[in-house]
Design a protein. Structure first.
Length: 394
């Protein structure tokens, strides 16, 4: 393993989420790294057909496959609703490509959805005048989130999504990785109903000319969110008493389809039955607060809340917030002021619940929970964001 491979692993982190707007925490990704972008093609249409859970699951599964392929190396990544973005050392490309190819094949075979996967070198991004900077939000010892700045991710996504017959950035066909590449993917929780009137997916992209102005804008927006919605614990979309494990075969079928991809129908049915047993065991362990050698089940739900990515930053501020409809009106009014001054573009999608998809390496410390609003969440909020950006270009 090369020295630069440990760049993110050795990066110092910050504890408070609001510190993401401070440029001092960001460091440039090494020149020979690559940006990996995955996204479900025509995700909006799939969501309109009721496949939003499948769309979310495929996005998370692409992260799980990548992490499994290169473990124990730690890399920065972010979940975007209908896909994901990650940064990867060049030395890991040959290991990562078959894993990503497995995610693409799984999406097609299990759910009839097409997963676009592309790679762009950091060096090329910089040649075009953009950059990829990363920071590490680490609120506690066992959880960390990557934060990105420099607009390099947005540029990489634009290159990868160019609709040309021979787009050079699209991952070529590879023989998929082994059958266990999706180990750790879990999708066992029911949708989490909002504790208030609604749960919103919020996207805000700053368009100011310089980093200093952008940082000030994001900080002002966070202050507005706090003013309208209260503290993080008040607008956090998950609460302990709202978490429940699903018994629905329809819900559990996402996990079963991904975990048994390429293994045949019999193993898929067997896995579904196993999930029903695990549900009952899990309910008992958490209700009785059983403490085993490896896991304190009485604390697991609280750890789940603590390890949830309900707010993050990847050149775009992404938040999933529980609140009232009147609070959303106030938020829109506040954001409109910034938008009319040509400082931001934004998108909001409202739903009655949140959707959670998980990556679990062990139930004690190493588990991450990816959050979105139900019924399309970030993907639907992105439609409004893109409309505003197009109008701005005109």
């Amino acid at each position: 393993m090369e020295r630069d491979d440990l760049f993110y692993q050795e990066l110092s982190g910050f504890k408070q989420f609001g510190m993401f707007a401070q440029t001092s925490w960001y460091k440039p990704i090494p020149e020979d790294w690559f940006i990996v972008v995955t996204d479900v093609i025509n995700s909006t249409e799939a969501i309109k057909k009721g496949q939003y859970k499948q769309v979310n699951s495929i996005g998370v599964a692409s992260i799980v496959a990548l992490i499994n392929a290169i473990k124990p190396l730690k890399i920065p990544y972010v979940f975007g609703g209908d896909g994901a973005t990650a940064c990867l050392p060049k030395s890991q490309l040959d290991i990562a490509k078959p894993a990503l190819a497995a995610a693409r094949l799984m999406a097609q075979e299990q759910f009839g959805l097409n997963l676009r996967i592309g790679l762009v070198s950091v060096a090329e991004i910089r040649e075009h005048g953009f950059d990829v900077l990363v920071a590490k939000h680490q609120p506690h010892e066992f959880y960390q989130q990557a934060m990105f700045a420099g607009n390099g991710l947005n540029f990489a996504e634009k290159l990868i999504k160019e609709d040309t017959p021979t787009n050079p950035y699209i991952l070529a066909d590879y023989f998929p990785a082994n059958d266990d590449i999706f180990d750790g993917f879990e999708c066992r929780w029911n949708e989490i109903p909002s504790t208030k009137e609604e749960t919103i997916a919020l996207l805000i992209q700053g368009v100011a000319a310089d980093d200093h102005s952008l940082n000030q804008i994001y900080q002002q927006i966070l202050d507005k969110v706090s003013e309208i919605y209260g503290t993080e614990s008040e607008y956090h979309p998950l609460k302990l008493d709202n978490l429940s494990l699903s018994s629905s075969f329809k819900t559990l079928n996402c996990e079963a389809g991904i975990r048994t991809a390429f293994k045949g129908l019999a193993k898929r049915l067997k896995y579904l039955l196993k999930l029903q047993v695990l549900r009952l065991v899990g309910i008992w362990l958490m209700a009785k607060k059983i403490k085993t050698q490896h896991t304190d089940w009485g604390k697991y739900k609280q750890q789940l809340l603590d390890n949830t990515d309900y707010q993050k930053f990847d050149d775009t501020l992404r938040m999933v917030i529980a609140g009232s409809k009147s609070q959303q009106v106030k938020l829109r009014q506040a954001l409109d002021v910034f938008q009319q001054q040509d400082l931001i573009a934004y998108g909001i999608h409202s739903s009655s619940a949140a959707l959670i998809t998980c990556m679990v390496k062990d139930y004690n410390t190493d588990h991450v929970h990816f959050l979105d609003a139900a019924n399309g969440g970030y993907a639907m909020a992105a439609l409004e964001l893109k409309r505003q950006l197009k109008n701005r270009e005109k």
